[in-house]
Design a protein around this ligand. Structure first.
Ligand code: SF4
Length: 354
């Protein structure tokens, strides 16, 4: 097994403080935060992603996404364990059916890297939360019965931690449901372990064409020569349409120049910038949140100055499961004492506090 083998990358992930300290120089604050925050949410990083970060600079934008922070222990009144209300819309284990025409299917608790701002940290990395094979069949039966569902989104954790044969089975079963219009895969492996995009996986994707993939790059430093090689090969051989969603993160990418460089780099490797997310109000995330006013200013600088195909939609996923609203000056409804009032697609009003 070698560096370019994704199973080697997964098996050789660094998961403990002692192993991390052998690789990078930690500050006292980082060391202390690791011990405390580790109890709330596990730590893991692949050798590949570790090589992307600056081992001596605590301000490195890649490092800040994965090193536990003391802010993770702070719980603000607006933060919840499940900001998108996924668990209360779960008819079958792993399936969130919140909007009429699409369902999210949580099929793996494993990620190559655990991001400190993860919306699903309540369950990601917990093996008990992953549906077993019998539960897969229940989920597939649910999709077959609910004819209003037009899209299934494979998610997690990271669905690409499943074997090629499991993915082949699931994609085949989904593609055989006549009323399903499309299948989408949400994965961060192109960012954190791009060697997962093997030739045999590309064959699976190509066989089940069309497949839509949404990945999650946040900073231009995450795009390496290896990213370019594996992602472009997947697009050419697997015929996959790839989109990117970034999260706007304080001290990491809250700058129009950084986002513009990221989006141009993405377009150059065949990936369309899709969403720029306001950080979800998940517990322990307040350190990462960029005020909406600042986000809108950044977005204005992107939209006005750069090619339209590099521009994602800046959105907020409403806490409580109300769906996404566009965050741009045109869509702001009303300023309130605590923040802003938005209307979702049903016309329901939601107050967004930051
Ligand atoms: S890869 Fe996605 S699901 Fe996994 S920890 Fe990061 S944000 Fe969460």
């Amino acid at each position: 097994m070698t560096w370019s083998d994704w199973k080697w990358q997964l098996q050789n992930r660094i998961t403990t403080l002692a192993d991390l300290e052998r690789e990078i120089t930690l500050t006292d604050e980082e060391r202390e935060s690791f011990v405390k925050a580790f109890e709330q949410f596990q730590f893991a990083v692949t050798p590949y992603y570790l090589a992307r970060l600056d081992k001596n600079n605590p301000d490195c934008p890649v490092r800040k996404q994965i090193l536990p922070r003391s802010g993770e222990l702070i719980r603000k009144p607006n933060e919840t364990e499940d900001p998108l209300a996924e668990e209360i819309h779960m008819p079958v284990k792993g399936v969130t059916h919140r909007y009429p025409d699409r369902a999210i299917w949580y099929i793996s608790h494993v990620c190559a890297v655990y991001c400190r701002f993860c919306t699903r940290k309540r369950k990601v990395s917990d093996p008990e939360e992953t549906p077993n094979r019998m539960e897969w069949e229940k989920a597939l039966d649910y999709f077959r019965t609910k004819t209003e569902i037009r899209e299934v989104i494979l998610s997690g954790g990271d669905p690409l931690t499943l074997s090629d044969s499991s993915l082949e089975y699931l994609l085949g079963a989904l593609k055989n449901i006549p009323h399903l219009n499309q299948v989408r895969i949400h994965t961060r492996h192109p960012v954190t372990m791009p060697m997962r995009l093997t030739e045999s996986l590309n064959s699976v994707f190509s066989k089940h064409f069309p497949i839509y993939m949404v990945t999650h790059f946040n900073h231009p430093n995450e795009i390496s020569d290896e990213t370019k090689f594996y992602v472009m090969r997947m697009i050419k051989e697997g015929h996959v349409s790839v989109f990117n969603q970034s999260v706007l993160l304080a001290g990491i990418n809250d700058d129009a120049n950084i986002l513009s460089e990221l989006n141009y780099k993405l377009i150059s490797i065949g990936v369309k910038p899709y969403y720029l997310h306001q950080c979800d109000e998940v517990f322990g995330s307040s350190d990462f949140v960029v005020p909406i006013e600042k986000g809108i200013e950044i977005y204005r600088r992107l939209r006005g100055y750069h090619s339209g195909i590099t521009i994602p939609n800046y959105v907020k996923d409403l806490t409580g499961g109300g769906g996404k609203v566009l965050l741009s000056p045109e869509y702001l409804q009303k300023k309130t004492e605590k923040g802003y009032l938005f209307q979702n697609y049903l016309g329901d009003e939601y107050e967004v506090g930051h």
